[in-house]
Structures are given as C-alpha cells and as structure tokens.
Design a protein around this ligand. Structure first.
Ligand code: BG6
Length: 460
C-alpha cells in the first residue's frame, strides 16, 4: 500500500519536449519557407536557426537516444513553413510533410507517443508580409487550413495535439510573432488583437477536431506564470492573483470554458485597447473548447508593487519581480521551487476539475560544461528530483496529471540566449560561434531521468 502510494499511474507519459526551430536546423533546405523565428534569430546576438542542433539530419541518432532514455512520449512541434512554405495552402512541401511522417512513424515504432505542437514561435514570414500576421482576421483561416492539413495528414497516427505554444508569452513579447506597429501603443493594441485572433483560430480548430477526430486530445500549451506575493498582506496577495489572472488564467478560461473573463477585459479597457468582437466570435469561443490542457511550468515568480501608494490595486505597469532568499535561481533568474509546482497543479484542479493536465515543459537552464566526455549537471538533477516528487504529491492530491515532458530532451537554441542557456538531458557539442561536429553526449541528468522512467517515479 505504502509503495503504490509512491507510484505514478501506469500509463503516465514520461516525456521530453523540443520545438522545431530550436532543434531541427535545415532552416533553408528541402523547400522550407522562412519563419519569424528564422528572421529573429538571424538578427539576434547569437547563432541563427539554420543549423540549431540539426535534428533534421540526426533523426535516427536522436530517436535512438530517446529510446535509450526510455521516453514514453516525445513532444515536438511541426515547422509550419517546412510543410506549407507560404503559410497558406498555395504550396505543399512534400519533403517537409514526409519528414514528419518519418519522425512520427519512428516514434510509434519505438513505442514513444508523439505529442505534436502545431505552432511553436515560428510563424510564416510570408503571412507577416502579406497581412501583418495574427493582427489580421485573415490569419484565422490560414491557421485553420494549416491545422486541418496536419490533422488530415497525421491525425490517424497522433493522439495528443497542442495548437499554439505559449500564446500568452507571445502577446507580451510580440516580436516573437513578427507583429509590426508604428509605436509602443499600437504594438500593445496589435498584440491584443492578435491574441483574440489566435483564440478564435484555435477555437475553430478545437471544434473541427473534436467533431471529426473523436479519438484525439487537443488543447493549448499555456505558460502558467505562478505568481507569489511579496508578503502575507492582502494587497500583496491580490496583486499576485491579478497577475496570474492577467498573464495565464484568462487564456485557460478562454480555451477551456469558452469565455473571456471580465477581469481581462477590464485590464484592456484601462489600457484603451479596442477589441472588435462580434456575437458570432463569442459564440465561436463558446463552441470550440479544448479537451485537455498543456501547461508549461518552470518556476514561481515573486512580485511586488513598484508604487507603494498605488490605491487602485492592479495596474499593469506597476509591479516588479523580486528574489526569494530561500530559493536557488538559475543564472537567468528562474527559481527552483518544487512546492510551487504542487501548488500550481492544485490551482489548476480547483479551476478546471474536469480537465486532464499534461505538463508540456519544465526544466532547469545552465551553461553546462563538457569535461572528458561527461556533463555533471547536479543542479538539474536536484531540480527534477524536487519537481517529480511534488508532481507525485499533486497526483495524490487528486490532480489529473497525465504526463510530464521536461524541457528539453536535447540541448537546443534558447529563445533569447542561443546555446549559452542549455536545458537538455543530451548535450550537443557546439557553441554560438562554432558548429563543431554536433556530437551528442548523455549528461548525468540523462541517467537520472532514465532511472525515474524505469521506476515509474523516483527510486526511494
Ligand atoms: C518556453 C518556450 O517559454 O520556455 C520554449 O516554450 C523556450 O520555446 C523555453 O525555449 C525556455 O525559454 P528560453 O528563453 O530559456 O529559451
């Protein structure tokens, strides 16, 4: 009895995640069209996504490593422009389509469940140039056509689908979507309009997928920024709550309940953002909801008011982030707070008790050094030990968690820090300036996670 209490469900999806532009490389090959991520990384201070860690040409090797790790699931994204180079249906790139058939078939053959993200930060440049991307209502139809294409092509092989990765992050960093604007105010307005267009596009896809593909699970991958108050005072607790509502819960409410929460509309109203929403749009949101929830969760963040005299409470520009002296932080300021994960999972269960949760990202970043063919990433192991134990407790609490997909299976191109910031269980020998041989090495955390999977949880 004691022992079974310690275990995860038998069919638990022990996985690992990546995204296309961050691992694949082959950015300009085999008919792939250009994405915002390609342009953005090229303009950045680090390497671009043309090579990344070249999974495109290392597929067999990487799948063997997944098998060795013991993965039960692999979360990856399809590069929209590798399949549809113009973003619309005008050209279908057969080589790209076949690449994902091969990837999915190999995973299935190796008994690794494919979990597919349709759109992960790599929006087609052609659609940005055509109509400013998600700012235009035309983007809704193009995303729908893309999703429809993917489901027709791969829908009978893939059970778990995620529509859009971290829409709530893109809205706050609109350059990730390639959004153009003449000034800061217009950028904010455009980002919020894009937000709603993504919600509408996603709702139409949810509806279509649930009607036509009865056996699949489809949901969003939302970044849940778990906000902690600076102290126990009600004003501080309220700020943390309002930040969670504004950054994360609004999107879960729209995706799961089909409603835009009033608190979200109030904040936009304060910012004088105008949303052009018809009755039909509201109906679309109501009718197209997710049947599971992907959550990207890394850490808790502690917030405080900047202006102590703020009387009205929540004002979007009036908070700052502080560190908790009890917690360890990555070099980039992300905390190691395992209990935060259990708390976050309980929050989700309280809000959406009917919904199954898949942890689609969770991880510890570091610079990681290769020494004599070994990588001793103790801090990552410590992070996962804590988080896996708290995940188990959350399941014991009654939260319906179906899987855990740490970020990331392999070292990859970080969104803002290139190869300096590594997350993988597998090390790739390259840096920002030198591709070297892209040799793969198993880190110490690889063996740790291998044992977790083998034991269906931590070994006590
Ligand atoms: C998530 C994204 O926000 O965090 C990933 O879905 C990203 O694409 C990850 O890589 C870590 O962020 P960063 O900035 O360290 O790459």
């Amino acid at each position: 009895m004691k022992n079974s209490n310690r275990k995860f469900p038998n069919n638990f999806l022990w996985g690992a995640s990546t995204s296309a532009f961050q691992v694949e490389g082959a950015g300009n090959s085999d008919g792939k069209g250009e994405s915002v991520a390609d342009v953005r990384t090229r303009a950045g201070k680090y390497m671009d996504s043309s090579v990344s860690v070249d999974e495109y040409h290392h597929l067999d090797e990487d799948i063997s490593l997944m098998k060795k790790l013991g993965l039960k699931a692999y979360r990856f994204s399809i590069s929209w422009t590798r399949v549809l180079p113009n973003g619309d249906l005008s050209i279908v790139n057969e080589k790209g389509v076949n690449y994902y058939h091969k990837l999915i078939d190999e995973l299935v053959k190796n008994e690794i469940e494919p979990i597919v993200t349709m759109f992960h930060f790599d929006y087609p440049m052609a659609l940005v140039n055509k109509y400013n991307g998600w700012v235009s209502k035309k983007s809704i139809k193009d995303f729908y056509n893309y999703a429809d294409f993917l489901l027709k092509e791969y829908g009978d092989k893939v059970k778990y689908w995620l529509t859009i990765n971290e829409q709530n992050v893109m809205v706050n960093q609109p350059e990730i979507m390639g959004t153009k604007a003449n000034n800061k105010k217009e950028l904010f307005q455009n980002a919020q309009v894009s937000n709603i267009n993504m919600c509408l596009a996603q709702a139409e896809v949810f509806k279509m997928a649930r009607e036509r593909y009865r056996n699949i699970k489809i949901g969003p991958a939302v970044s849940y920024i778990t906000a902690l108050p600076e102290n126990g005072k009600s004003k501080s607790i309220l700020l943390a709550k309002q930040l969670e509502d504004y950054f994360s819960f609004y999107l879960m409410d729209i995706s799961i309940r089909g409603i835009i929460p009033q608190s979200y509309l109030n904040t936009l109203n304060d910012k004088r953002v105008h949303l052009d929403l018809s009755k039909k749009d509201l109906q679309t949101l109501k009718e197209g909801t997710a049947n599971y929830l992907g959550v990207n969760w890394y850490c808790t963040t502690t917030f405080k008011y900047k202006d102590k005299n703020n009387k009205d409470g929540f004002v979007l520009d009036d908070f700052s982030v502080i560190k908790d002296s009890d917690l360890d932080y990555t070099k980039w300021g992300w905390s190691n707070d395992p209990v935060g994960l259990r708390y976050a999972m309980q929050q989700l269960n309280d809000r959406y008790p009917e919904i199954e949760v898949l942890v689609t990202e969770c991880g510890w970043s570091d610079e990681d050094k290769l020494e004599d063919g070994k990588i001793h990433d103790e801090k990552r192991i410590k992070y996962f030990k804590g988080h896996i134990e708290q995940l188990r407790l959350a399941i014991k609490d009654g939260v319906h968690i179906i899987g855990f997909c740490p970020w990331s299976f392999i070292d990859l191109l970080s969104v803002n820090d290139g190869m300096n910031k590594r997350y993988g269980f597998v090390y790739v020998d390259r840096n920002n300036h030198d591709e070297k041989q892209l040799t793969r090495y198993e880190k110490d955390s690889f063996y740790f996670y291998q044992s977790v999977i083998k034991n269906n949880g931590l070994k006590f």
